[in-house]
Design a protein around this ligand. Structure first.
Ligand code: SF4
Length: 321
C-alpha cells in the first residue's frame, strides 16, 4: 500500500467575488522509501497540494473534492481534533524559512521537547533524551539542544527543523523548498542528509521545489504541475530526458543544464493563467507552440503514454519535443 495517495484532489480558495481553482484534480502516490518531486512555476499549486495534505490551508482555502489517503485512511473528512493525531505522527512538513519555524526567545531543544511532552506525554528526561537522539540523527552536536535559534547557522537551523519534523516518527515527510534559501554547499549537505534519513527510516518524501536541478538530484519520480493540474508524471530521468508534455519540455529548456551539455536557455512565452478564470480546454494552450483547435476546447486527461510515464496532452507521443 502506498504511504500517500491523492485522488482527484481539488482545493480552492474563496475570494470576495470569485473562486481560485488552485489545485484542480490532482492524483499521485508515494511509496515508502520513495521521493516524489513536485515541480512547476510559482503559483502552479504545489504548495497548496502540501498544505491540503497537512490540512493547514488558510481560512479561505478548502478541499472541494477528492481524497487524500495516508496509509489507506482518507484524511479529508477528519475533524481538526482527529487530524491532530495524523500531523507529526504520520505526516510532517518542513519549510523554506527555517528561521521563522522556531520561536527566537526559546531554546531549540525546548521547542522540540515541547512536542514530545504535549503530543506523546513524554517525561522531561525522556523528551530531552529523544531530542539529543534526533540531533545526532541530523548530525548536530547533541549539546546544542540548549542553544537559541540565532546561535545556529542557516544550515544548522534547517537540520533542527528536520529533527523536529521527525520527532514522532512520521511515515511521510513533505519538504517544501527546503534548500532554496541555502548556499549551494549547504544545499548539497541537506540533500545528502535527507537521503540518509530516508534510507534509515524508510520515509516517503514529497519534495516540492521550482528548482529542476534539485528535483533531478533528489527524486525517484517527478510530477510536473501547471495551473493546478499535473501535466506529466514519471521516472525522473525519463521525464527530463524524454519529456512528453510541451510544458515540461519548455520548463527544462528554460533551466540551466540538468542532464547533458549546456545550451541556450529557452523562454516560455506568456504567463501562467489566472486560476479564477482559467482558459478552456488545455490550460497551457495560450502559451503552447503546438496548440490546435481541439486544445482550445477539450481538456486533455493525464494518461499513460509510455509505461509508467503519464502526460496530459492531446498529442503526447506524436510531438518532436
Ligand atoms: Fe499544447 Fe495542445 Fe498539448 Fe495542451 S494539449 S500541451 S495546447 S499540444
Amino acid at each position: 500500500m502506498s504511504v500517500l495517495e491523492t485522488r482527484d484532489l481539488r482545493t480552492y480558495y474563496s475570494l470576495v467575488n470569485s473562486v481560485v481553482y488552485a489545485v484542480d484534480g490532482v492524483s499521485f502516490d508515494i511509496e515508502a522509501g520513495e521521493t516524489f518531486g513536485l515541480a512547476g512555476e510559482s503559483g502552479c499549486g504545489k504548495t497548496t497540494v502540501a498544505k491540503s495534505i497537512m490540512k493547514i490551508l488558510s481560512d479561505n482555502g478548502y478541499i472541494a473534492g477528492g481524497k487524500i489517503l495516508i496509509d489507506g485512511e482518507d484524511i479529508v473528512p477528519l475533524s481538526e481534533e482527529d487530524i491532530k493525531k495524523v500531523r507529526w505522527r504520520k505526516v510532517s512538513m518542513i519549510f523554506q524559512y527555517a528561521m521563522n519555524a522556531f520561536n527566537p526567545v526559546l531554546k531549540v531543544g525546548d521547542q522540540i521537547a515541547e512536542i514530545l511532552f504535549e503530543k506523546e506525554g513524554y517525561s522531561k528526561d525522556e523528551a530531552y533524551d529523544r531530542v539529543r537522539e534526533l540531533f545526532s540523527m541530523v548530525e548536530l552536536e547533541p549539546s546544542r539542544i540548549y542553544d537559541y535559534p540565532h546561535e545556529f547557522s542557516r544550515g544548522m537551523r534547517q537540520r533542527a527543523i528536520i529533527a523536529q519534523a521527525l520527532a514522532l516518527n512520521p511515515r511521510l515527510l513533505i519538504a517544501d523548498e527546503p534548500v532554496t534559501a541555502l548556499d549551494v554547499v549547504t544545499q548539497g549537505k541537506i540533500i545528502k542528509l535527507l537521503k540518509k534519513l530516508q534510507r534509515e527510516l524508510n520515509l516517503a518524501i514529497l519534495f516540492i521545489t521550482h528548482d529542476l536541478s534539485v528535483i533531478a538530484e533528489v527524486s525517484d519520480r517527478v510530477g510536473i504541475m501547471y495551473a493546478g493540474n499535473l501535466v506529466e508524471v514519471g521516472d525522473v530521468v525519463r521525464v527530463f530526458k524524454e519529456p512528453l508534455h510541451p510544458y515540461t519540455a519548455k520548463l527544462i529548456g528554460a533551466f540551466p543544464s540538468i542532464i547533458g551539455e549546456k545550451k541556450r536557455l529557452e523562454f516560455i512565452p506568456g504567463a501562467p493563467p489566472d486560476l479564477s478564470s482559467p482558459p478552456p480546454g488545455c490550460k497551457f494552450h495560450p502559451r503552447c507552440p503546438y496548440a490546435k483547435d481541439i486544445c482550445r476546447k477539450e481538456k486533455p486527461v493525464l494518461r499513460e503514454v509510455k509505461k509508467d510515464h503519464l502526460s496530459a496532452c492531446h498529442f503526447s507521443g506524436e510531438l518532436d519535443l
